[in-house]
Design a binder for this molecule. Structure first.
Ligand code: A3P
Length: 313
């Protein structure tokens, strides 16, 4: 709510104004760095609220990701897997046929920044939610499970550029590239975001599952099985025989979702263009956009940090 937004912002105005500042892509997109993460200034108060107030339940499932890493796909797959008893994936009335995947679950930071987080308390367990916040902003000692969507950084950059370009038509690749190399992008630096979750997933693989975009493309069915096991709802023999896994993969596939009405027009949350969430849906599209020099620099500034910790693309 608008009133909620104003109230939440006012509550933390002093703290926010003392944080390191900057801009991202446009002079009007004012940024602040909170806990090492760059956020739009007007979203910081919501992040603080989330960090202070969010109370995970042990059976909560959170889809977390850096933007443009395959969030929409992983949300769709997780929702379809968790809800399959109520909504069989081949059913003509499946919610994913009439809703954009992002409309099937609450986006945590949006609730907290508009002061409407009480809605979370009304949700029955197990709750499914999503966030782009880094792990450090989620409350410590989380009992919940996290599914982290992760993607090759050069493809993330290209997807990010073309996505923001749908909102800022004259945005150049170079401007976006410079921001990402500096680490000043929204929710960035991307390497810190990914590595925060990566370290935690290695320490607690039962709590954090990494789903990699390239792996999902290579073998979606096997990854859906892995996801279901992680969530504690493995597919039964009879489900396997009935082809439920294949049904989920088909329902959530790029070609299928992108052609549906709820994914073609308008904006999710009044802001994010729906059609721009489904662009090309492949791995390695960066070769069509980045110069070899840009690719090299991104490998050196971003991917190298991930490689050093065993996360290899
Ligand atoms: P491209 O821009 O490279 O095409 P996010 O959901 O995190 O915003 O990520 C968006 C990226 O995932 C876009 O990549 C988009 O096309 C791709 N995508 C969205 N839905 C997908 C799906 N069902 N299967 C595969 N890729 C998908």
């Amino acid at each position: 709510s608008a009133a909620g937004l104003v109230m939440v912002a006012a509550e933390h105005a002093e703290l926010v104004s003392a944080l390191p500042g900057g801009t991202f892509l446009k002079d009007e997109w004012k940024m602040r760095c909170y806990h090492g993460c760059w956020l739009l200034e007007k979203w910081v108060a919501g992040g603080i609220q989330l960090q202070r107030l969010f109370q995970p339940r042990p059976d909560d499932v959170i889809v977390a990701s850096f933007p443009k890493s395959g969030t929409t796909w992983v949300i769709a797959l997780t929702f379809a897997t968790m809800a399959r008893a109520l909504y069989p994936p081949a059913d003509a009335g499946h919610p994913l046929l009439r809703l954009n995947p992002h409309e099937c679950l609450p986006f945590l930071e949006n609730l907290y920044r508009s002061g409407t987080e009480a809605k979370l308390e009304a949700l029955p367990s197990p709750r499914l939610m999503n966030t782009h916040m880094p792990l450090g902003i989620l409350p410590p000692g989380r009992g919940c499970k996290i599914v982290y969507a992760c993607r090759e950084p050069k493809d993330v950059l290209v997807s990010l550029w073309l996505y923001y370009k749908s909102m800022v038509p004259d945005l150049t690749l170079d401007t976006t590239f410079q921001s990402v190399c500096r680490g000043g992008e929204i929710y960035g630096p991307v390497s810190d975001h990914v590595l925060g979750y990566w370290r935690a997933s290695r320490a607690h693989p039962e709590k954090i599952l990494f789903l990699r975009y390239e792996e999902l493309l290579r073998d979606p069915a096997d990854n859906v099985r892995k996801l279901a096991r992680f969530l504690g709802v493995p597919f039964s023999d009879s489900e396997e025989e009935a082809g439920v896994v294949a049904d989920i993969v088909r329902l959530c596939s790029f070609g299928h979702l992108r052609g549906l009405e709820p994914n073609k027009t308008g904006h999710v949350g009044g802001y994010f263009p729906r059609d721009a969430l489904f662009r090309k849906g492949v791995a390695g599209d960066w070769v069509n956009h980045l110069t070899p020099e840009m690719a090299r620099r991104l490998d050196e500034t971003v991917a190298a940090k991930m490689h050093a910790e065993g996360l290899v693309f």
